[in-house]
Design a protein around this ligand. Structure first.
Ligand SMILES: CC(C)(COP(=O)(O)OP(=O)(O)OC[C@H]1O[C@@H](n2cnc3c(N)ncnc32)[C@H](O)[C@@H]1OP(=O)(O)O)[C@@H](O)C(=O)NCCC(=O)NCCS
Length: 182
């Protein structure tokens, strides 16, 4: 796809969310190769080769045109600074759970601490509840990822389970407040 012609999914005051394009590959790979970014998501950095493989083969592109992890662009610099979105929530057997989504955000290390993940998270929650009419959004955060836990709680999520293992994970849930069970 010609750069600049990608489908824009959503915008916020400082950010723009759009489909990934091949032009994003270097910035994507730099994040995947960064041990700080990978500390609580996979644990160790990927090699450039692994990162490229993931960029090309992973379902980064929208599944139903609306639920996916999107290229996150800092508008003032027209620069790829990460990826974020609400993507389908899968059961362990791979089946998609209807009316649910999973929130995700990754920001390049040099842009941490500017409120970008919070801004992205807030925008996607509003989108998921108001436009997609999802009933629940989940978030899985590795124990120790305190910045992410802080953001998830600030966004209103509730801790429902702690999964313990060699790597332990918190499971958070946010329900659609306007969802009437009757
Ligand atoms: C987690 C991550 C997305 C945060 O991105 P960010 O743009 O820096 O986040 P924000 O600036 O919006 O917010 C960070 C918040 O965490 C707080 N924080 C930072 N470090 C913290 C720590 N060690 N403990 C508790 N809170 C912390 C900040 O004070 C800020 O809160 P505030 O705005 O209320 O002051 C980013 O560090 C990242 O991409 N990490 C690697 C990938 C990852 O872990 N993704 C999440 C997977 S669940």
């Amino acid at each position: 796809m010609e750069p600049g012609k990608e489908q824009i999914m959503l915008t916020t005051e400082r950010l723009l969310f759009r489909q990934h394009t091949m032009a994003d590959m270097d910035a994507f790979c730099a994040m995947e190769q960064d041990p700080e970014v990978r500390r609580y998501v996979g644990g160790k950095p990927r090699t450039r080769e692994e990162a490229e493989h993931r960029f090309i083969n992973d379902p980064l592109q929208p599944i139903d045109d609306r639920m996916a992890v999107w290229a996150t662009i800092l508008k003032s610099e027209n620069r790829y600074i990460g990826r974020s979105g609400v993507y389908p929530h899968y059961k362990p057997d791979g089946e998609i759970i209807k009316n649910e989504g999973a929130l995700s955000f990754y920001i390049a290390h040099e842009y941490w601490g500017n409120g970008f993940a919070t801004e992205a998270g807030r925008a996607f929650i509003q989108f998921a509840f108001n436009q997609l009419k999802l009933k629940r959004i989940v978030a899985v955060v590795e124990v120790g990822n305190d910045a992410s836990v802080h953001i998830i709680k600030k966004l209103g999520f509730t801790l429902v389970e702690t999964e313990c293992g060699p790597r332990s994970f918190y499971h958070f849930v946010l329900k659609n407040a306007s969802d009437n069970p009757l």
